[in-house]
Design a protein around this ligand. Structure first.
Ligand SMILES: Nc1ncnc2c1ncn2[C@@H]1O[C@H](COP(=O)(O)OP(=O)(O)OP(=O)(O)O)[C@@H](O)[C@H]1O
Length: 401
């Protein structure tokens, strides 16, 4: 039985019809309530800049939606957007750690709008979509600020940062000079990686199959997977997401955006975007979880630059498969589980989009593997004591050494 589909009626129009630089009110703000001196937005397109109490119908919101913040409030929350509070930098702006007036920790993304107001569209899409979609597998939008020319997004804080930060940590130059090879954080173990793979699959399943029309993330990659205190994963960064077509194949033709190494071949070459483009990107992230390698690494020997091309022939060869696994995972997994995960990855990265599985199928295939792991629950931690890890010998025919 499928869960009732969340209706996103008209979202496609609002996304496709965006005009960078359009006035803030052009989206048809539907802020519904004003409580304790603050505006609350109900579901619907809420983008509308700073709104005061006058002229707003006083309606009790059914559920607390995204809050509207003033720039001053967010400035206070981040100690004046101090360098010490920078969590990371992305293509559209800087993300700061902050604490809201009521004490809630938050990640506050200050978008950089250039003179042509690039970034405005991303802001509108993110507010629009995240105000409507609520899933435990998506990073929650706490609020936003559209105060004059400022555009900021306020997200729930994910204390363990991005998956990219764990799989591919950047070692500070001083530590490299001191001979440090790895980041001080413990490496994510096998069970934690499986849990993350399942959480991400559920997030994409929600976007593709529990919303109507489907939402295509369009930039699913390991920097957009964020980890909570229990290393449960949530997907973020919906600025470039696209609402799929209601036609049978759900295809939309669009500008090619995304991250090198994660783009499905048919999307990269023709701009034809479907949910199967996200499935391909998911397959690449699964490969990163398995191998610990980045999707494109020109420092590696010839033939190993592109993770997908290097991995594909190995995924179906038992011996080569075991050899390609991240050395940090040695001894932590049963080979038959590895073979199953590799089979899922191989299906997701197939060149022909129609042969790739639905995310529902991926979820269903991962559940038994995740459940089997003894201490695995979906709330595993990487610093799990060794006695909780299954060690099985290769002689048993189903394990790594
Ligand atoms: N909700 C959050 N909680 C904790 N840290 C976050 C949160 N959102 C973002 N970050 C941190 O800020 C960094 C930058 O995020 P941002 O979404 O701006 O860019 P990105 O996804 O890394 O790159 P790009 O936008 O180019 O795809 C992330 O890599 C992460 O480390």
């Amino acid at each position: 039985t499928r869960r009732a589909k969340l209706r996103l009626v008209g979202a496609g129009d609002s996304v496709d019809g965006d005009k960078p630089g359009a006035p803030a009110s052009s989206c048809g703000s539907s802020v519904r309530g004003y409580q304790n001196g603050r505006c609350y937005a109900a579901t619907g397109c809420i983008y509308g800049g700073r709104l005061g109490p006058l002229g707003l119908a006083v309606v009790q919101p059914r559920s607390r939606g995204a809050q509207v913040f003033t720039y001053r409030e967010l400035e206070r929350a981040t100690d004046g957007f101090g360098e010490g509070n920078v969590l990371g930098r992305g293509a559209y702006g800087v993300v700061f750690r902050g604490r809201l007036g009521d004490g809630t920790p938050a990640a506050i993304k200050r978008l950089q709008l250039d003179p042509r107001r690039q970034g405005e569209r991303e802001f509108r899409v993110e507010v629009d979509l995240l105000s409507r979609m609520h899933s435990p597998h998506l990073v929650g939008l706490l609020g936003y600020c559209a105060d004059q020319s400022h555009r900021l997004l306020v997200f729930e804080f994910m204390p363990n940062g991005s998956l990219k930060g764990h799989l591919h940590p950047v070692i500070p130059a001083v530590d490299v000079a001191a001979g440090e090879q790895r980041d001080a954080r413990p490496t994510l173990d096998w069970q934690t990686r499986l849990g993350i793979a399942l959480d991400c699959a559920r997030a994409l399943e929600f976007l593709h199959e529990h919303t109507s029309p489907a939402v295509i993330h369009r930039d699913f990659n390991c920097s957009n997977v964020l980890l909570d205190h229990n290393y449960r994963a949530r997907v973020s960064d919906f600025g470039t997401a696209k609402v799929g077509s209601n036609k049978a194949n759900g295809q939309v033709v669009t500008r090619v955006l995304g991250t090198t190494g994660y783009l499905a071949p048919e999307y990269a070459s023709t701009g034809k975007l479907t949910t199967k483009s996200d499935v391909y990107s998911y397959g690449v992230v699964l490969l990163e979880l398995l191998t610990g390698r980045v999707p494109v690494d020109t420092q590696r020997p010839p033939g190993q630059h592109v993770l997908v091309s290097w991995a594909l022939p190995r995924l179906t060869n038992r011996e080569r498969l075991v050899q390609m696994v991240d050395p940090a995972l040695k001894g932590q997994f049963a080979v038959k589980d590895l073979i199953q995960v590799a089979a899922i990855a191989a299906m997701c990265i197939q060149t022909k989009a129609e042969y790739r599985p639905l995310m529902t199928d991926v979820v269903q295939s991962l559940i038994p593997i995740v459940k089997k792991s003894p201490s695995m629950s979906c709330s595993s931690t990487p610093a799990r004591p060794l006695q909780h890890v299954v060690y099985m010998s290769p002689a048993a025919g189903s394990n790594t050494s």
